[in-house]
Design a protein around this ligand. Structure first.
Ligand code: ADP
Length: 863
C-alpha cells in the first residue's frame, strides 16, 4: 500500500494528499502532521516506513467538505485520491490480496473551488495566471464558480495594481520567472505559450477565430495558456465552466493602485474583513451574485461617461419607484444562485439540487421580465437586459417535467426524477413498491403462521431484509422444516431468512438498482442540456445580478437620502453636504451614548482652484473629509448615488490616496520608504484628469525633512501633475505656498477652545488654521496635566527661539519657484549635453579624459 501511496504523493507534489481508505480520507507523514495541526485532530501512527512509525490522521468522507474548507482557508492545496475500482473488482483482478486501484481524481485549491460550502456567497473567487512576453505582462483571470474569464495586459510596474483590482485567491506564474508575484504558484513555463493558449481557447469555445470575443495580444494569450493548463491539471482533464474571454482595456476603468484601495478600504477594512469597509456600508443586494457584481463595480469604477450614465439612469428609476423596487427585491431575494449552480454542473460536481436551482432561477427570471415588461418607461440599460431574462422556456419545461420539486443534494439514493417523466422508471418504482407492500404483508402472514406476535421484518445494510424474533421464541424457527434459515444470533434476538422474503427482497434490490441507473442516465442528459445552454444561463445570471445591484444601490440611496451625482467630462468637482458613508454609519451606531451627528462638508475644485491645503487639529476630521470626497468620486463612477446633498463629479482617470507613514506599520519596508515610494508613483502617474488625496505626507521623517518634502510635493502636484488634489497637513508653514501657487487655496477643520477644553467641530472652513492645537488634543486624549503643562513651557521657548530666527520656514521666501527651479535644472542639463557633444574623445589622452570626467561630474553635482 505504501508503494501506491508514495507514487500518488509524488504526483500530488506540494499538495496534501487525501488518500481514500473505506469511509475515511487518510493523510500520512508530513501531510498528516500539518493537517492534524491545522484541523486540531488526533495524530496517530500506522505501520512503519524505513524503520520508523508512519504518522497518520484521517477525516470521515461524509464530513470531508468542512475539513477541506478549513485547510483551504489555512492556505493549503489538496489532492484527492479516490478508489477507482470496487474491492470485488480488485479481487477478481489480482486475487484476495490485491490492492484497490486509486487515482488522484481532483486537486482542490483556493482558486478552483465550486462547492457552495467552500465559497463565500458574496465574494467572487478569482484564479489568475500571469506571465511576461517581451516586456508586456499578460494576465488571465477567471472565476470558475461562475465562468467569468478576462484577459488583459499591462506594463510590468502596473502588475500590482491590476492584481489588486482582481483580488485573486490564487495566482499561477511560470517557473523561474523572477518578477513573479511573491505568493504565486510556479507552473511549468511551457504552458504559458500564446499559440497554445489561443488554440485551447478556440477549442474550448468551438470557434475558428477569437476575433468575435475581442482583440487579444500575445501576452494575454500566453497567460490564458498558463491558466488553462493549470485548470486542466487541477481538474484532471475535466474543464470547468469558462465563458468566452473578455479583453479588458485598462482605460475603460478608473485606475487605482493597491495602496489606494487599501487606504480607501474599498472591499476590506484596514484591520482586514468586510466590516468597516466601503462595500459593507453600501451593499444592500439581496443575492450573492448581486453582491459579487457590486464588489466588481466598486473595484473598477468606469471612465466612460455614457456607461456611467446608463447605470445611474437605472438606479435612479428604481430609486424613484419604491413600490416596484420593493417587489423586485422580494422576487430576487428568493432567487437561487444559478451562476454558481451552473459552475458546479459544468465542472461535473453538480447535484440534482443544482439543476433544480437552475430551473427555479430561470423561471423566476422570466417572471421578473414579465413584471418589467408592463412598464413603458424602462431605462435603456434595463431594456438591454430584458432579452437575457427570458428565452429558457424549453429548458425550464424539461427540468420541470423531469425533476421533483425539491431535488436532493446527492444522487446515491435516487428519487430526484419526477414521476411521469419516464414510464420505464415508474414501472421499476412500482415493482419495488409492490415488493415493499408484499414484504409488509409477509410480516403479518409469518406472525399468524408462527404465533409469535413480536416477530418483525427488518432491514439493514449488511443483511438486507430478515425476520427477527426474540431469543426466547427462536427455537420454533430453528427447526429445518420451519421454512426459516438461521442467519445471526444477537443478544436477545435471533435473525432468520425465508424464501418468500428473499424473493421479494431481490425484486426490490433489482428494481431499485435499475431505477437508480435509469435516474443516473436521465441526470447525465439533463446536465448536458445545461452545459449546452451555459452561455445563455450565465447571461441570465449576470442580468439578474445587475438588476439586484441597481435596486440595492437605489435602496441604499433612499435609506441615507443620497444624491444622484451629475457626472461630467471636465476636471471639476462640486460636492455639497458630502458625508463619509462608513464614518457616518459608525457614528449612528454609537448614538445613544453621547450621540454624535456627522457634520456634512462641501468641496469645490476647478482648474483655477484645484488644490486644497487643509490644516487644523488632529482628530479634527481632515482624513475623513479627504476620503469622503474620494469615495464620492468612486461611487459616482461605479454608477451609484452618493452620500451628499448634491454632487457634480468631473470624470477621474486615476484615483490616488496616500496616508503619511506612521499609520502603515507592519510592512516589509520602512514605513517612510513606503510613503515615499507611493508618493513617487503619484508624481509619476497623476494627470490633469486625476484626483489625489494626500494625508499628512512627510510625517514619517524629521520635521525639517518632512516639511521640505511636503513642500516640494505640493509644488510638483500643483505645477506638473495639475490634478485635483486635497492635501491635509499639520505643517502650518505650508500655508505660505498660497502666495506662489495660484490654483491652491487654504482650508481648515474648525475647532474651538471652550472653558479650556478643545471642541472639534468637524467643519471645514476657508483660510489657514489659526493655530496649532496639539497640546489641547493631548489633554483631550488624557495626557496628565503636569506633562501638558511642561509641554506648554517647552513650546513657548521653541516659539520664542523661532521668532528670533524668523521661524522654521524663514528663508523660504527667497526660494525660487518650483517651475523656475526645474527650468534652471533643465538649463544645466542642456549645457552639459552641449559640452559632451563638443568633446572629441579620440583626441584626448587617457589622463585628459579622466580630468574631463571629473570636471563634468563636479559640474553635474556641485554638492
Ligand atoms: P484627522 O485626520 O484630522 O486627525 P479624522 O478624520 O481621523 O481626523 O477624524 C477623527 C474622528 O473624528 C473620526 O474618527 C470621527 O469619529 C470624527 N469625525 C471626523 N469627521 C467628522 C464629521 N464630519 N462629523 C462628525 N465626526 C467626524
Amino acid at each position: 500500500m505504501m508503494t501506491q501511496y508514495l507514487a500518488l504523493k509524488r504526483e500530488a507534489g506540494e499538495c496534501l494528499l487525501f488518500y481514500r481508505m473505506g469511509d475515511f480520507f487518510e493523510l500520512f507523514f508530513d501531510d498528516a502532521r500539518e493537517a492534524a495541526r491545522i484541523l486540531d485532530i488526533a495524530l496517530t501512527t500506522r505501520g512503519e516506513h524505513g524503520g520508523a512509525p508512519i504518522p497518520m490522521c484521517g477525516v470521515p468522507v461524509h464530513a470531508a467538505e468542512s475539513y477541506l474548507a478549513r485547510l483551504i482557508r489555512a492556505g493549503c492545496r489538496l489532492a484527492i485520491a479516490e478508489q477507482v475500482e470496487t474491492p470485488e473488482a480488485a479481487k477478481r483482478r489480482g486475487g484476495s490480496k490485491a490492492l484497490v486501484a486509486r487515482d488522484i481524481v481532483r486537486f482542490v485549491t483556493a482558486g478552483t473551488l465550486t462547492e457552495e460550502a467552500l465559497l463565500e456567497p458574496r465574494r467572487a473567487n478569482v484564479l489568475a495566471a500571469v506571465c511576461e512576453v517581451r516586456g508586456a505582462i499578460g494576465i488571465a483571470a477567471c472565476d470558475i464558480s461562475t465562468g467569468r474569464m478576462e484577459l488583459e495586459d499591462c506594463a510590468p510596474e502596473m502588475l500590482g495594481a491590476a492584481l489588486a483590482r482582481l483580488g485573486p485567491t490564487e495566482v499561477v506564474a511560470p517557473e523561474g520567472w523572477e518578477q513573479a508575484p511573491d505568493d504565486a504558484i510556479a507552473r511549468p513555463a511551457a504552458g504559458f505559450a500564446s499559440d497554445a493558449g489561443e488554440a485551447k481557447l478556440k477549442d474550448l469555445h468551438g470557434v475558428a477565430t477569437l476575433d468575435g470575443f475581442g482583440q487579444f495580444g500575445r501576452a494575454m494569450l500566453a497567460a490564458a495558456g498558463g491558466l488553462l493548463a493549470y485548470l486542466d491539471h487541477v481538474g484532471r482533464g475535466r474543464m470547468p465552466l469558462l465563458l468566452p474571454p473578455v479583453a479588458r482595456a485598462p482605460a475603460q476603468t478608473m485606475a487605482m493602485d493597491e495602496a489606494t484601495r487599501a487606504s480607501l478600504e474599498v472591499l476590506a477594512a484596514s484591520q482586514g474583513g468586510r466590516k468597516g469597509s466601503l462595500i459593507d456600508a453600501i451593499d444592500r443586494c439581496v443575492t450573492g451574485a448581486g453582491a459579487r457584481a457590486l464588489a466588481e463595480d466598486l473595484s473598477a469604477p468606469l471612465t466612460d461617461l455614457a456607461a456611467i450614465q446608463a447605470r445611474l439612469a437605472l438606479v435612479s428609476w428604481l430609486h424613484d419607484d419604491p413600490l416596484l423596487r420593493g417587489d423586485l427585491r422580494t422576487v430576487l431575494r428568493a432567487l437561487p444562485d444559478i451562476g454558481r449552480a451552473l459552475g458546479r454542473v459544468v465542472a461535473g460536481r453538480g447535484s440534482p439540487r443544482d439543476l433544480g436551482q437552475i430551473r427555479d432561477g430561470l423561471a423566476e427570471a422570466r417572471r421578473v421580465r414579465d413584471h418589467l415588461a408592463q412598464r413603458e418607461d424602462r431605462p435603456a440599460l434595463l431594456d438591454a437586459l430584458m432579452p437575457a431574462l427570458g428565452g429558457h422556456g424549453a429548458l425550464t419545461d424539461l427540468y420541470t417535467r423531469a425533476l421533483v420539486p425539491s431535488p436532493p443534494t446527492t444522487r446515491d439514493q435516487g428519487g430526484y426524477i419526477a414521476e411521469g417523466y419516464d414510464a420505464a422508471l415508474d414501472a421499476l418504482r412500482q415493482t419495488s413498491g409492490h415488493a415493499r407492500r408484499a414484504i409488509a404483508a409477509l410480516e403479518a402472514k409469518y406472525r399468524a403462521e408462527t404465533g409469535i406476535a413480536a416477530l418483525k421484518i427488518r432491514h439493514n445494510g449488511v443483511l438486507g431484509y430478515f425476520v427477527e424474533v426474540p431469543a426466547r421464541a427462536a427455537d420454533a424457527l430453528m427447526a429445518p422444516e420451519s421454512g426459516f434459515t438461521h442467519r445471526q444470533t444477537m443478544a436477545g434476538a435471533v435473525r432468520f431468512n425465508a424464501l418468500a422474503l428473499h424473493e421479494e427482497a431481490s425484486r426490490i434490490a433489482e428494481s431499485g438498482g435499475h431505477a437508480l441507473a435509469a435516474e443516473e442516465a436521465h441526470f447525465e442528459e439533463l446536465v448536458a442540456h445545461a452545459v449546452a445552454a451555459r452561455e445563455a444561463i450565465a447571461l441570465t445570471a449576470t442580468a439578474l445580478a445587475r438588476i439586484d445591484v441597481a435596486a440595492g444601490q437605489a435602496e441604499r440611496a433612499a435609506e441615507g437620502r443620497w444624491a444622484l451625482p451629475h457626472v461630467v467630462d471636465a476636471p471639476c468637482l462640486a460636492i455639497t453636504g458630502g458625508r463619509h458613508p462608513v464614518v457616518e454609519a459608525a457614528l449612528a451606531e454609537t448614538r445613544g451614548g453621547g450621540a454624535q451627528r456627522f457634520v456634512a462638508n462641501d468641496c469645490t475644485l476647478s482648474p483655477e482652484d484645484r488644490l486644497w491645503l487643509i490644516g487644523g487639529p488632529n482628530m479634527g476630521g481632515k482624513s475623513t473629509f479627504l476620503r469622503q470626497n474620494a469615495l464620492i468620486v468612486l461611487l459616482a463612477q461605479a454608477g451609484g448615488f452618493v452620500p451628499a446633498d448634491s454632487a457634480t463629479v468631473g470624470l477621474v482617470d486615476r484615483l490616488f490616496s496616500r496616508v503619511g507613514a506612521s499609520d502603515n506599520l507592519a510592512r516589509g519596508r520602512s514605513t517612510f520608504m513606503v510613503e515615499m515610494v507611493e508618493t513617487a508613483a503619484i508624481l509619476a502617474q497623476a494627470t490633469e484628469r486625476s484626483f489625489v488625496i494626500l494625508d499628512e505626507v512627510g510625517r514619517g521623517t524629521s520635521t525639517y525633512d518632512g516639511l521640505a518634502l511636503a513642500w516640494a510635493v505640493v509644488e510638483a502636484v500643483h505645477e506638473t501633475n495639475r490634478c485635483r488634489c486635497l492635501f491635509a497637513t499639520h505643517y502650518h508653514e505650508l500655508t505660505r505656498l498660497a502666495e506662489t501657487c495660484d490654483a491652491l487655496s487654504l482650508h481648515h477643520v474648525r475647532a474651538r477652545e471652550w472653558k479650556g477644553d478643545l471642541v472639534l467641530l468637524h467643519e471645514l472652513a476657508e483660510g489657514p488654521a489659526d493655530k496649532s492645537y496639539g497640546l489641547a488634543v493631548a489633554r483631550l486624549a488624557g495626557v496628565p496635566p503636569a506633562v501638558v503643562k511642561r509641554a506648554r513651557a517647552v513650546l513657548d521657548k521653541l516659539e520664542k527661539g523661532r521668532a528670533a530666527t524668523g521661524g522654521l520656514a524663514a528663508g523660504l521666501d527667497d526660494l525660487p519657484l518650483f517651475a523656475a527651479a526645474a527650468a534652471a535644472e533643465e538649463e544645466q542639463c542642456d549645457e552639459l549635453r552641449e559640452r559632451l557633444k563638443a568633446l572629441d574623445v579620440d583626441a584626448l589622452s587617457p589622463r585628459e579624459a579622466l580630468d574631463e570626467l571629473y570636471r563634468l561630474k563636479r559640474e553635474a553635482d556641485p554638492g
